[in-house]
Design a protein around this ligand. Sequence first.
Ligand code: ADP
Ligand code: ZN
Ligand code: MG
Length: 491
Amino acid sequence: MSTAASVSPEVLAKYEPVIGLEVHVQLLTQTKAFCGCANKFGMPPNTNVCPVCLGLPGALPVLNRKAVEFATLAALAINCTVNETSIFARKNYFYPDLPKGYQISQFDKPLAEHGFIEVPTPNGPKKIGITRLHMEEDAGKSLHDGQPDSARFTSVDLNRCGTPLIEIVSEPDIRTPDEAFEYLTRLKEILLYTAVSDCNMEEGSLRCDANVSVRPRGQEKFGTKAEVKNVNSFRFIRAALEYEIERQVEVIESGGRVIQETRLWNSSEGRTYSMRSKEQAHDYRYFPEPDLPPLIVSAAWKNDIAQHMPELPEARRARMIEQYEITAQDAQTLTATRAFADQFEAAAKTAKSPKRVANLIQSELTSRLKAAGLDLEQSPVSMRGIAQAADLAEEGKLSSKQLKQLFDICFEKNEDFGVVYDREKPQQISDTSAIEKFVDEAIAANPKQVEQYRAGKKTVAAFFVGQVMRLSKGQANPGLVNELVAKKLDS
Ligand code: ADP
Ligand code: ZN
Ligand code: MG
């Protein structure tokens, strides 16, 4: 077995990877795709089933309208053309978790085609083509000894049967594992913004198969691809692709031939294993689903659905940078989720300085949330609290040191900023003569800096402001300190 460790960077650089991704996404409908069963994760095994999703004889599917709407919204969000007519087809295969013996999917007439997602690369933004987005249903789940990878006995849970899915197939436009990572990150973000899925990878709401081949740089013809399945995080997909690229290069460099096969990623070993070669692969014997009419998404219906399109992450970031004069980095943090961005914008609209709200989130909130292992939704400090803190700082009523202390207390006691501020009301020295004393002290102790200032280096004033804040134990009114430092230094 090759270990893929012996390929030098020079040899690796002679080859160009080609990657295409197939992503399955469960839709957040109330009920399943073709029956009235609840579309819900985590129910006791085989309790959430009916004759339709069990495939009992005589049971007929009825298409879930909401699933079509979600699929169409997702398709529009990734710039696809939505076909007015698409056709459901039976994809036939035998597996214990597929009681009907076929999966209802779409084949030669998918719901949508010809889209793209833009991803950032070291050479600027790049469009990754989307070949198609089609609708299908999920299968059940096989559990081996109650575990995924053991085989003493196997049981089957059919609750997932009939869960509505979309499959999004990319063009083989991706050239590096990093681009694959970015593509998935952007895709997930867009799907979360449109709210068609929770994209929870642990629960299998979003699953990705990665196709990868390598070719000598300059060669036009693609190499033979391998498909890596069962990778349950974007970071693992990147790692699996890195491994797979080296493995394929090593095979070719040692005079071998890459074979078309499906491989499994083992995250604890950090490598892929052959699962089955394409020669053993299924012939799915697709044919049009006789129990469902063609799916018609009329122009009017499509326009209705498009009305529900939210502002998408990329556009939102561009607007926010413009509107609030924040940095691209700020915008990235603030739009991490739609809810976060909504809350920020609500706070920013009432705050005196949206820019300061953004700064506070970056400087005081995100690091503390990360350290405490909390999501934004669990933050003790609400966005309103942040806006309040930002206003107090903006008005010069709180020094940055006091602000930090108050945030520390919020996180220690799990209290919102307003509560802590009202109780602790940090002492502020706003008495001019008291502050003047600190300023005199700072000036007397630092003659060199005074000289620099008077020689024209006005930025040294900030040094004195810092000294005065230190002498006052952070309690001097920052506005007054600024004013008095300048006055004394200029006199
Ligand atoms: P299959 O018939 O094996 O499922 P498809 O043509 O449907 O293959 O493509 C499946 C995925 O593999 C797509 O995302 C596509 O972009 C990608 N793909 C196709 N050919 C290659 C290749 N030679 N190398 C890497 N990816 C590829
Ligand atoms: Zn059912
Ligand atoms: Mg395919």
